[in-house]
Design a binder for this molecule. Structure first.
Ligand SMILES: Cc1cc2nc3c(=O)[nH]c(=O)nc-3n(C[C@H](O)[C@H](O)[C@H](O)COP(=O)(O)OP(=O)(O)OC[C@H]3O[C@@H](n4cnc5c(N)ncnc54)[C@H](O)[C@@H]3O)c2cc1C
Length: 464
């Protein structure tokens, strides 16, 4: 039998994981196309002055599927640390440990907050609150009560997704918020570790995708970086897909039996010849993010991995210190901070210069009680166009249009965080890749089994 050719679009975890599994299980020939020079997508890394930096705070969570985790451990060996989180959250003017612990929530914060949260809990135990509608606001209010919502989740939602909590779908509460009910919150708060251990690679989070890609390459996969997918069409006579890719002035046409896309689902539809007008006009929205990196001329800023800022007087949502993630930082008299600023492509942050962004972050740090003692040695930014999917009320309809059409295409699979418009972690994206490969039998993709896996993916809950 002639080996089927799989062309994978996108070299984030979902793409690299599939390339490796397809080659490892000898399912066919593999070509992966990534537009960036670096693999890893939003979960990638880059190095500046000997320090590995990620696109915002990334950790591999312990909830990772055991098969996936086993492979990552085998590939990275001692390069994968397993350690306790050292996070802090600024709540009502005080820093408390994050993930939250019950004693901090009730004893360290001010009495009004503790009494309010406690009264909500008691009320919730005796009075059933029906949700007014299926919005993020209603689901969270019914489950957690007004105090925690108004001080913590609602401002955070407005910052992360840029929408009022009333206009966000209830699914955002169910999928995105691990502690989305009081019983879950209490369980989480009561756990001795606060859900706080994570895995992290020595050379930055991107080392995970790089390891998958490197193994795939060794097993014969062709990994093309710096090539952008610019068109996709189906040649029915040959029963083949044609994928047009471009690199500066070069272009090339790849023939594929199977196309597996991890591109944002609406972007992939836009590249597809013959996509119907209703599919092309189906509007789904992503939240963008500006990442600001500040290099400081000191060995360390704090020993905290990441500071979280749910409240709205500070524009950044998180400030991480990448050197602290692996746990045994390189000796150097420099450190970096990475500030995460969610934004929209039409907002002020997206178009600000690096210098202006640096000023926003410095002011935020001052307000958050973490002032810079000296100007940074340098400030630069990275910009993510698709950081988070935004589930506004009614988003299911346009998404279904896009997804149903993609699913009707022969030997075409859309998956991964962007491909399924899912607010998923890296371990979920890798799990999807493994599941897709399990669906390939004798060169044929089992769409029925894939639909069953898709139902399982819909139950994924995002870890922070
Ligand atoms: C700020 C932030 C923090 C996060 N923290 C965590 C965390 O702590 N733990 C965790 O597990 N997850 C975290 N995530 C989520 C994680 O980044 C994603 O789950 C992961 O990147 C998804 O992988 P993917 O392969 O599905 O998609 P992506 O990583 O988005 O990869 C898609 C790839 O497609 C490429 N592409 C797009 N268009 C084209 C084109 N036309 N041609 C060629 N290539 C193209 C892109 O360049 C990209 O490399 C975080 C995400 C963000 C934004």
């Amino acid at each position: 039998m002639v080996e089927p050719h799989f062309v994978i679009l996108g070299g984030g975890p979902a793409g690299c994981g599939a390339a490796y599994q397809l080659r490892r299980q000898e399912k066919g020939r593999v070509t992966l196309v990534e537009q960036s020079e670096v693999l890893g997508g939003n979960a990638g890394s880059f190095e500046v002055n000997g320090i590995h930096l990620d696109y915002g705070s990334h950790r591999l969570h312990s909830a990772c599927d055991p098969e996936v985790l086993g492979d990552i451990q085998a590939m990275l060996g001692d390069d994968l640390a397993h350690r306790e989180r050292r996070g802090r959250i600024l709540l009502r003017g005080k820093y408390v440990q994050f993930p939250l612990r019950a004693k901090d929530l009730f004893l360290r914060l001010d009495r009004r907050f503790a009494l309010g949260a406690g009264a909500d809990m008691i009320r919730r135990a005796f009075v059933r609150t029906d949700t007014a509608d299926d919005s993020f606001a209603s689901v969270m209010l019914a489950n957690l009560g007004r105090t925690i919502c108004e001080h913590f989740y609602f401002p955070y939602a407005r910052k992360i997704w840029g929408r009022p909590p009333e206009s966000l779908s209830g699914i955002q509460a169910r999928k995105r918020v691990t502690a989305n009910s009081l019983s879950k919150l209490v369980k989480r708060l009561g756990s001795p570790l606060g859900g706080g251990r994570f895995y992290y690679p020595r050379r930055g989070f991107g080392q995970i995708s790089e390891a998958y890609a490197s193994q795939a390459r060794q097993l014969g996969a062709e990994i093309l970086t710096g090539w952008r997918v610019t068109g996709i069409r189906r040649n029915e006579d040959e029963r083949l897909w044609k994928v047009e890719i471009r690199q500066e002035n070069n272009s090339c046409l790849l023939s594929a039996d199977h196309v597996w896309s991890t591109l944002p689902i609406n972007v992939a539809a836009g590249l597809m010849a013959g996509a119907p007008p209703d599919v092309l006009s189906a509007k789904i929205e992503y939240r963008a993010m500006v990442l600001a990196y500040l290099e400081l001329g000191r060995e360390s800023f704090t020993n905290t991995d990441a500071h979280y800022f749910p409240e709205e007087h500070v524009r950044m949502t998180r400030l991480s210190e990448p050197k602290n993630y692996f746990g045994a930082p390189a000796q150097s008299n420099r450190t970096f901070l990475c500030a995460e600023l969610p934004c929209s492509l039409s907002g002020d942050l997206w178009t600000m210069s690096d210098q202006e962004i640096g000023a926003v972050v410095a002011e935020d740090m001052r307000k958050a009680g973490l002032p810079l003692s000296a100007p940074p040695l340098q400030v630069f930014t990275k910009r993510l166009r698709q950081a988070y999917p935004i589930y506004t009320i009614g988003y299911e309809e346009p998404l279904h249009l896009l997804d149903a059409w993609m699913q009707s295409l022969p030997n075409f699979v859309t998956y991964g965080r962007q491909g399924l418009f899912a607010h998923d972690n890296t371990h979920h994206a890798l799990f999807m890749a493994y599941c897709a490969v399990k669906c390939v039998k004798d060169g044929v993709f089992d769409a029925v089994q894939w639909r069953r896996y898709r139902e399982e993916f819909a139950t994924h809950v995002v870890e922070d």
